[in-house]
Design a binder for this molecule. Sequence first.
Ligand SMILES: Nc1ncnc2c1ncn2[C@@H]1O[C@H](COP(=O)(O)OP(=O)(O)OP(=O)(O)O)[C@@H](O)[C@H]1O
Ligand SMILES: [Mg+2]
Length: 251
Amino acid sequence: MKLIVCGKGGCGKSTVAVLLSRAFARMGRRVLLVDADESNLGLHRLAGTAPAATLLETLGGRNALRSRAASQLGESCNLFYDQPFSLDSIPAACTPAVDGVRLLKIGKIQHYGEGCACPMGGILRPLLANLQTDAADRVVVDTAAGVEHFGRGVDRHADTIVGIIDPSFESFKLAKKLMDLAEGSGTPVAFILNKADDRMRAGLGSFIDPAAIIGEIPMRDELFAAGLEGRPIRFQAPEVDHLCRRLEAMA
Ligand SMILES: Nc1ncnc2c1ncn2[C@@H]1O[C@H](COP(=O)(O)OP(=O)(O)OP(=O)(O)O)[C@@H](O)[C@H]1O
Ligand SMILES: [Mg+2]
């Protein structure tokens, strides 16, 4: 099962991606958490994995990828994702693991003037398209804020788009847009209300079909503190396990 987590900037995508990944791992699933955000640097801290090279670096960098010259590509790493592959084919060097969750960072913008983030998108799309998952595999993709991945045509290769909505009008509006964009990809959407409370539920009104909302995560001090201090999320809660079960039922 492949999930792509998206939503407005700061709505809680990374937090929820880690929560879902860790809960799937506790359920005995084989989990790959994919960091597809080319800007933010902290997912490995929230996940609690060791810092590791990105896949783009492991492949030899954007120039190697551009030329696709075998001589330039990283030694341990041909373009495995250009044809059908399994989780076992992803180089261990760029997938540090903790508590049953492997984290794969696609690539980060590192230097001034290095170019746009298209090479990262150019990896993510075939990677998701060609990854052959077993029944127990759970791939959770944490995306950058906004809707660029729709423009890149990534979402059609996921089983479910997981839209995170936080208590803000902007988030409600984006969720509606996400629904429209998802129609283009033909991928079902499941929404999670994050930092949810009564005021949010009232404000959400008729923006989103309630049937598309699979659950809620309230404001939690422990999650706030993990974000503030850049430390691993160890939080467990029945509402997160419930979300995992709903997502599995959808797939
Ligand atoms: N349920 C929650 N309770 C308390 N704090 C939360 C909750 N969810 C997220 N946060 C906090 O909200 C902030 C944004 O969360 P997070 O970084 O996960 O959002 P994001 O959507 O991934 O952001 P970005 O768009 O920058 O990638 C962080 O400080 C995080 O700790
Ligand atoms: Mg994030």
